[in-house]
Write a protein that binds this ligand. Structure first.
Ligand code: FUL
Length: 508
């Protein structure tokens, strides 16, 4: 490993690390490849790029709740106009505690609230505009929905996150430099008045403002402010910590890399901001996030450097992001939500599921019913890890079932195999794998095989694992299985392995 260390020590971002001990493995959150390194060396360097503390904490939440609420809820729109009469906003039974309770019961770990959507209407009484809850009949203009949601999150032990749309159809300064001041003022209100914030979400959607102009957003100024006021918060989508998966369907990629090539300009920006007091690596996202391949070896070969930039899957439980009574009968079924679970959390992404409250101010009964059935059915499937009663070729099985990334198995060769014997025969149709991403995402290809007589038969295969990968396959019954990691960017490390039998209701 000495050569790799030497390479890493030569990196521009070495100053971020404690470089004292040459024998220690070195991990970085971004890496500018030294001149002249080969494609294989680039892959090994990429395998040593890891999440920042805030990114790791974010990833481990797995399942979070989006709440889209505002004037659109009352005008039956998806995108407003900025010309709405604020008095349309008048929920009759609004209960933010019901939202938090629902999220908690479903196993979600955070609520992200649309504090301001593209129309510009604010769910808190901002001192910088009248286009807010202060101008509505709700609580006689005395209400503050951001506070109610932040408080409810605290009460239910959930994290709290803010969505503030950069695009603003209402504000007269939109399209001028003054708008950046307005935006920074609003962001300051949200980041100083409501306690801890764990994610700030900047939407990529951007159109014209009331003056027909498009805005030049001063994103670096926004990032600096967030780092200074809420350093633990990840900045998502139009931000440097969390990447939009590229669709709004709930489906991530089969091959999902959290380490992506970055432009030299991004890497330079990271290096520069890391020198500042509050900065710890910020850059403006660029490039096509919808492409199928974002991180393969082929892309790495042409890249100048890489960053840790993990994927978030955002999707609504209904066809729209906002509540429409006409969609009460098209709420996604538990089976559809389960499919989304496997296709997002099961594919190295975090799932941000939108539950849009209705005109009453409550999450609709149909949405709750689907969500809780999803939770119940998945709970049954993942109730018992069959590995717990097994013996493996690699000794300590407990390390692979203890739910901790820090205890892991590491392979030692080019092809690495873990053989597992169950006590008797077991039937299963789900395989769960987790890499120890605190030491990088490494696995590129693996297979699951089971022993039939004297031969090994392939059950299923996969490419990337990352934080979590769950594979579904037709039920197999056997006594002996093996996982073969056939390609990896450095010695593979597996923190968790699970074998499960799906609850029958998954199939219904
Ligand atoms: C999109 C927006 O335009 C939608 O209205 C919604 O907020 C979704 C989460 O992101 O880009």
């Amino acid at each position: 490993m000495k050569n790799l260390n030497n390479l890493l020590l030569g990196l521009a971002f070495c100053s971020l690390l404690s470089c004292g001990n040459q024998q220690k493995e070195i991990y970085v959150t971004s890496c500018l490849f030294p001149e002249g390194v080969t494609a294989d060396e680039k892959a090994r360097l990429a395998a040593h790029v890891v999440p920042s503390g805030r990114q790791l904490e974010w990833q481990q939440m797995e399942f979070t709740c989006f709440i889209c609420y505002g004037v659109n809820t009352f005008t039956d729109a998806e995108w407003g106009t900025g010309k709405e009469d604020p008095s349309v906003f008048n929920p009759t039974e609004l209960d933010a505690r019901q939202w938090a309770r629902t999220a908690k019961d479903a196993g979600m770990k955070m609520i992200l609230l649309t504090c301001k959507h593209h129309d510009g209407f604010c769910l808190w009484p901002s001192a910088y505009t009248d286009f807010s809850v202060a101008s509505t009949p709700w609580k006689d203009g005395q209400g503050d929905l951001v506070r109610e949601v932040a408080d409810a999150c605290k009460e239910y032990g959930l994290k709290f996150a803010v969505y503030l749309s950069p695009w603003d159809m209402n504000h007269p300064d939109y399209g001028t430099e003054q708008y950046n001041d307005y935006f920074v003022n609003q962001l300051t209100e949200l980041l100083t008045q409501y306690g801890r914030v764990d994610e700030v979400w900047f939407d990529g959607a951007c159109g014209e403002g009331p003056n027909g102009k498009k805005q030049e957003y001063d994103f670096m100024r926004y990032y600096e402010l967030i780092r200074r006021l809420q350093p633990q918060a990840v900045i998502a989508v139009m931000g440097p910590d969390v990447r939009w998966v590229g669709t709004e369907s709930g489906y991530g990629r089969d091959t999902e890399w959290s380490v992506l090539p970055a432009a030299v300009s991004s890497l330079t920006a990271i290096a520069e901001s890391s020198q500042q007091e509050t900065g710890s690596g910020t850059f403006l996202p660029e490039g096509d996030k919808m492409a199928q391949d974002l991180g393969s070896r082929t892309l790495l070969a042409d890249a100048r450097g890489v960053i840790w930039y993990p994927s978030e899957v955002d999707v609504s439980i209904r066809p729209g992001w906002y509540y429409h009574a006409s969609e009460d009968t098209s709420v996604k079924t538990p089976q559809k939500l389960i499919d989304i679970y496997y296709s997002s959390i099961g594919k190295n992404s975090l799932l941000l599921l939108n539950l849009p409250p209705d005109k009453r101010g409550l999450i609709h009964e149909n949405d709750i019913s689907s969500l809780m059935n999803m939770k119940r059915i998945l709970g049954k499937t993942f109730e018992k890890n069959l590995l717990e009663n097994a013996v493996s070729s690699i000794g300590e099985i407990g390390d692979l079932t203890d739910g901790r990334l820090e205890t892991y198995w590491q392979g030692s060769g080019k092809t690495n195999t873990i053989e597992i014997s169950f006590e008797g025969e077991e039937e299963f149709d789900r395989l769960l794998l987790q890499e120890n991403i605190t030491e990088g995402q490494r696995i590129e290809r693996f297979t699951l095989e089971c022993q039939v007589g004297d031969t090994w038969q392939m059950v299923t295969e996969g490419t990337t694992v990352g934080y979590k990968r769950i594979l579904r396959f037709a039920p197999v019954r056997c006594n002996k299985v093996r996982i073969v990691v056939s390609e990896s960017r450095d010695l593979p490390q597996l923190s968790e392995i699970g074998f499960y039998k799906a609850s029958e209701e998954e199939q219904e």
